[in-house]
Every structure is written in structure tokens, then in C-alpha cells.
Design a protein around this ligand. Sequence first.
Ligand code: 4UV
Length: 533
Amino acid sequence: MALPSLYPDVEIPDVSVPAHVLSAGGTRPDAPALVDGLKGDTITHGQLAAYVDRVAAALHARGLRKGDVVAVFCPNTPWYPVVFHGIAAAGCVMSPINSLYTPDEIAFQLRDSGAKVLITVSPFLDRVRAAVDQAPVDEIVVMDGAEGHPSLLDLLSTDAPSVQVDIDPAQDLVTLPYSSGTTGLPKGVMLTHRNLVANVVQMRPIMDVHEGDERIIAVLPFFHIYGLTVLMNQGLAVGGTVVTLPRFDLEDFLRVIQDQRITRAFVAPPIVLALAKHPLVDQFDLSSLRTITSGAAPLDESLALACQQRLRQGADTGVTVAQGYGMTELSPVSHSTPDTGQEPPGAAADVPKGSVGYALPNTECRLVDPATGEDVAAGLRGELWVRGPQVMKGYLNNPQATADTLDGEGWLHTGDVAVVDEHGHYTVVDRVKELIKYKGYQVAPAELEAVLLGHPEIADAAVIGVLEEESGEELPKAFVVRAAGSSLTPETVMEYMAGKVAPHKKIRFVEFIEQVPKSSAGKILRKELKAAR
Ligand code: 4UV
């Protein structure tokens, strides 16, 4: 049975992402849209719209057309949104690459997405060169300039005429992030203009938005869909100021909150942990914060409370620690706890701290027993299925994976297990998919297994996540079958992997086994490995 949202539906404007998100450029042209948290450089809403127009014109003049993929590989800076919206306004599709990726990982995404152009920054150029040796692109734009490459300034100073691309928001893709979904290798997640516009609009009723007075700290990366939709696009769409940090450093993070009078922080659980426990926190005035929203991995109830209590001490405004739930395939948000006063009509009870709150407007849910495909009885746990305008179009060039995740009735099978109480509060309690999450980042076991199998002395391998009690993090563990005569040690396996994959995907434990347990169809029986460890 479909459980509707408790919020009334919102209307989703039938426009492109830039048309929706950049509208503040018309109403508040002089207000700051983007601030570099470390350097202070500022782009106003008016400048942002003008720069986006130039980037779109320049890309068009270089021959890029609707549907062409442009990969972006750079840390958070005020220029990232300029580039993203420029690509989108040209009708092209932005595929964001994780800043920590190795050349092999970059090459995989360039090849799989069919990217024609790659936009990056000079400190990343060594990795880019090694990647494009394997997966060539037509052109590499180096934002801050490098010999032999066009720079962002070159794009911005084009005198090419403005472009008006005819975009069909419901069909045309705007971004192609990569996610392993419930199983297998990372796949291109096809998100349309409508998916992203819908998700920005769907968040509105759960937030007590102070129009034009929202100051959001963007420390989570824009290359992850949480950063792209929630921090960047939601923040800009309400006429707010998005303050960027290129990486997480606790002291910088606290200083920027204090100095920039940040009102909202969207973070992942490790940052909540730091806010709750780290002594540095007491040295800064964080009283401007109204809401801290945690997402991307489970947030422990007592940790959320400890963080909220600590930050409320001595502050005039009562900061709320909230939680959102999302998934790349959901653009990404389907659930969130509301700001005070933004509860659905008639809702009385406080949202429990461990909960991910209510389903957003226009979002239907089901909780299903994966074994039978039937809805579970009220109050019981089941796999969360979601249907709504934020659900992806599908996986790029992968109809089988699409059909396995998105059924014929439009339900996205999340692979997460949840319960819902009588007040409509959802709590995520488990995960039935293969995915491992490390500090909020995706780690796909199948991807690590493929890399392990590339080692000549490894005959077979399987990867699972093991919980580290203290941090609450899941750490990737490899079970390895050595080839005959191999003298591999756990250390040599870990070293080999560390050279091949991004730091968050590193194998942290290795156990040698005789045989990987598999079903008769050849599927790794991960449950058996989990039970045996
Ligand atoms: O695909 P992905 O990497 O996507 C995300 C998105 C997280 C967001 C997005 C918008 C928000 O407002 C927000 O609060 C969080 O992480 O990984 C998707 C998987 O991450 C786990 C779950 O297994 C998803 O399928 N996950 C994400 N959020 C939560 C979570 C959560 N609050 N509690 C438990 N697991």
C-alpha cells in the first residue's frame, strides 16, 4: 500500500535547473550568492547569472550540443556552481567526479559517461593526464589556467552570442553522478532537470526559510548529489549565500561558521561527532546556526542529542540537529526532519532524534518484505520503496540495472530497511544492499573485488563492510583466495589496493580463505561472510 506524504503536494515548475535556481539573480542581483570561505572572494547572484550565460555560450561555441557530457573534477569553490549551471544552460550534462579519485577511477567514469570535455583545476592535472591516456576527451579546461589548456577566464571572456537551448525538463538530463545502487559497479545515474527542480521545491515546506537571509556552509562536496542539490541548488534557489570550503578541516569549518554567521550546515555524521565531542568547538561562536542537518549515513540518536545540547549551551538561538535521508537515485532527498514549525499539517508529536523524519511532499513510500514483495504490517520493518518526481530516469546504458532498481510502477527500491511509526516518522534501521558507506561516501564491494582480481596472485575475492564500534563507521574488509604459490600477506594486499583506489575505498582488513562462498548462480554469499567473521 502506498503511504502518501503527510505534506500537501507542491507544484513543480516546468523549467530547467538554471532557470529555477538562478532566478534570485533577477530579484537580488547584488546579494552574495557564493563566497570562498578561505579567501573571501564573492560572486553576487547577478554576477552568477551573467557568468553562467558566458560559460554556456563558450561551451556552445566550442561545439558542445544538447546531451553532450561534460565531466567536472574539482573541489568546492564559488566557481563550481558557475561551471555546473553553465553546462546545464548549454543543454549539456554535468558528470561530477570525486576529487579523491585515482586515474583509473577517473578513466572509468570518463569512458562510461562518454564525456567530451573535462573541466578541472591545475593541482589535479597529473591525475587527469594519467586518466585521459586511458580514456581520451576532446578538451581539458583548467579553471585556474595551465599551459596548452583553455581556462575558465577564457570561457568567461568569450564574445560568442548567448544560447537559448530548448530544454524539455522531464526528459533532458542535467547531471550524471555515479552510484553503485543496490549492487554491482558504479553506474551513471540519469537525473533530469525536472528531478533536480522537483527536489529543490520539495524541500521547501520542511524548511523555515528566511528568504535572502540563509547562509549555508558548503563543506560537503558538490560532486556528491547531496552537495549539488541541497547545499548548492537549494541554497541558491532561496536567494541565500553559499559559503564554500574545499575540504573538511574542523578549525576552518568552525571559523567560517562564526565569521560568516552561517545559518545552516548540511553535514554527514562524522562532522556531527566532531561538533559533539571536539574541544576546539568551545573556542568559536556558533550561535548563528539555526539547523544542522545530517545525512548520507545513519546518525546515532544519542550523538544527535549530545551535539544539539552542546551547541545550545549559551546560544541565543536554539540550534536543531536534524536528519535527512537520500540516495543519488533520488536526486537525492526523499525524507527529512522539519525545522520547528514546519511539521506537516496536524502533526503533533516531536520527531524522534534517530528518525529521518517525514516523506517530502509529492513522495510516496512503501515498506516491503523483499522476500515476498508484499507490504509489511504496520509498524514492522521493510525495504523502503520510494515514488515521486525526484526518482531518477534510470542508469545510463544499463536497462537491466535500471529494471532491477526501478520497477514498472515507478517505485525505486532503495535497498535500505526502514520502519514508520503512527505519526509518519521514518527510521532507517538497516541496509540490504551491498553498498558500504565510509564517512558518507559510497564504497562498492563489486568494484573493489574487480580491482582485487586484477592482481595476478589473487584467485578470487569478496568484500564486505565491518562495523567499527567506536566510530560507527563501516570499514571495507577483503576475503582473499590466494593463487597457488602466492606469498601475499594482508599488508601487500592493502598496499596494492591503496595504490589503485581513492582513500575512502581502501581495504582496511584482509583475511585469506580457501574459497569464496557463492550461490549456485555464482552470487557471493555476503551474509555468510558477515556471519563468519
Ligand atoms: O547515493 P548516496 O551516496 O546518497 C546519499 C545522500 C544523502 C543525503 C542527501 C540529501 C539529504 O538531505 C540528506 O540528508 C542526505 O548519501 O548513498 C545513499 C545511501 O546512503 C545511506 C543509505 O544506505 C542510502 O541508500 N543513507 C543516506 N542517508 C542516510 C543513510 C540516513 N540518514 N540514514 C541512514 N542511511
